[in-house]
Design a protein around this ligand. Structure first.
Ligand SMILES: C[S@@+](CC[C@H](N)C(=O)[O-])C[C@H]1O[C@@H](n2cnc3c(N)ncnc32)[C@H](O)[C@@H]1O
Length: 164
């Protein structure tokens, strides 16, 4: 079954990176507002070419750790190469279906960007997200808001904090 309708051609990976440059200020603010701080442990679900994971890795610094999970082997290889080129030693990329992966319950934050919107069963991904978290850890999804045929982008974006 296709898990990402746009696929992972070089062209699409480049598009994701360009999109990530544009979204960076919004995602940075989301991560700050949710409480991301140096030394924290983070999981990025549906990491694609690794942009959110790399942003989080920058924010948690060398004493923190980030794991990016993605279903595409090509995208994961690209993410690994980018992290290596950027000298990020505090980041790891794992290939797999994030909806079916169980975490160790030791992370401070699970993040995902533009991944829930594609899921026929978003609840399964959120349930899986919760397994990565320590008690009082947080989940932050950066998604589009779909209402009927209209797409809304409201700024300033509100951050909703869910604690599990
Ligand atoms: C729109 S891209 C966004 C990538 C990245 N989060 C970003 O913002 O640049 C969505 C990614 O989620 C991945 N994905 C979708 N369902 C997934 C799942 N169940 N487990 C892991 N990755 C998944 C797709 O393979 C794709 O790379």
């Amino acid at each position: 079954m296709q898990h990402y309708v746009l696929g992972h051609s070089n062209r699409e990976l480049r598009r994701l990176m360009l999109q990530a440059d544009n979204l960076r200020p919004i995602t940075t603010r989301l991560l700050r507002e949710i409480g991301l701080a140096r030394g924290m442990r983070v999981v990025d679900l549906g990491c694609g070419a690794g942009d959110v994971a790399m942003l989080a890795a920058e924010m948690v610094g060398p004493t923190g750790a980030v794991v990016g999970i993605g279903r595409s082997a090509v995208a994961i290889a690209t993410a690994r190469e980018r992290a290596r080129a950027a000298g990020r030693a505090n980041i790891e990329f794992v290939e797999g279906n994030a909806s079916e992966m169980t975490g160790a319950g030791n992370c401070d934050l699970v993040v995902g960007r533009y991944v829930l919107v594609q899921k026929s069963d978003p609840v399964a991904l959120i349930r899986a997200a919760a397994t990565h978290l320590r008690p009082s850890g947080a989940v932050a999804f950066h998604e589009v808001f779909l209402l009927g045929t209209w797409w809304f982008c409201r700024f300033p974006m509100k951050t909703m904090r869910y604690v599990v």
